[in-house]
Design a protein around this ligand. Structure first.
Ligand code: V4E
Length: 226
């Protein structure tokens, strides 16, 4: 299960020129629709768990560190474990929602002949996990490789359909002990791009919730998740 370490930044008009200067290679443009799911009383997101369906594929982002949310919310760099296997996602969600396996005897694993994704979708409905945010993003992706370092740094420039632009510098690592060097690579890239501020930049979700789900946003602020 990879860990995504990333830092968001405000995109200004000079960003394309700066990316060219540091020989970032453009990987292309990609458009995708995200739908995020939670219970009516925000059980998942209050614990910083983010269940999403992107273009038909399920994904769960969950915190990696043992730090409490209050400390984590201040960090310029974030790190989340990314889970894409629906069986693992369901196990994680059952654990966080306090549901025991015996309540779900009709395991997805037993349904070999059925489509596990369709079964997972059904389970999501049964658990009353409902879509609370839906938006489309146009993403321009760039990659960078540093001398003597085979770790790839990715820079994404995102334009969300509700009128918000944000950049992300991202490194994927497989082990928690690679986190420090991943953060160093991100910092190095941020400096090269002239991103100096130590201030945390709002992500698409923060802005979406502020605009369209103010009660949900207030609850997450109160719990120091955002
Ligand atoms: C983890 C998280 C959320 C899920 C969406 O994560 P994000 O990386 O912002 O979205 P996106 O579209 O760039 O996903 P990718 O394509 O990289 O997988 S929504 C809120 N969070 C928590 C969070 C946080 N507390 N602080 C910051 C700066 N970002 C995210």
């Amino acid at each position: 299960m990879p860990v995504e370490v990333e830092r968001k930044f405000v995109c200004d008009s000079r960003i394309l020129e700066k990316l060219k200067d540091i020989r970032a290679v453009c990987l292309g443009q990609y458009e995708f629709k995200d739908q995020y799911f939670d219970t009516a009383d925000f059980t998942l997101t209050l614990k910083d768990f983010w269940l999403r369906k992107r273009e038909g594929s399920w994904e769960l982002k969950r915190p990696t560190s043992n730090l409490n949310t209050e400390t984590r919310a201040q960090d310029v760099c974030t790190n989340y474990r990314e889970i894409t296997d629906v069986l693992q996602i369901r196990a994680e969600l059952m654990s966080i929602m306090g549901i025991y396996a015996e309540h779900n005897t009709e395991s997805l694993q037993k349904e070999q002949d059925k489509d596990v994704h369709a079964e997972f979708q059904k389970w999501v409905q049964e658990m009353k996990l409902e879509c609370f945010a839906e938006f489309t993003t146009v993403r321009h992706s760039y990659t960078l490789e540093y001398e003597g370092d085979d770790r790839r740094v990715r820079v994404d420039l995102d334009q969300a359909d509700f009128g918000y632009c944000v950049g992300e510098i991202e490194v994927l690592v497989s082990e928690a002990d690679e986190m420090t060097s991943a953060m160093e690579s991100i910092e190095k890239t941020a400096q090269k791009l002239g991103i100096g501020s130590e201030q945390k930049t709002e992500g698409k979700m923060e802005v979406y919730l502020q605009r369209f789900r103010p009660d949900h946003y207030a609850a997450l602020l109160k719990a120091h998740v955002l």
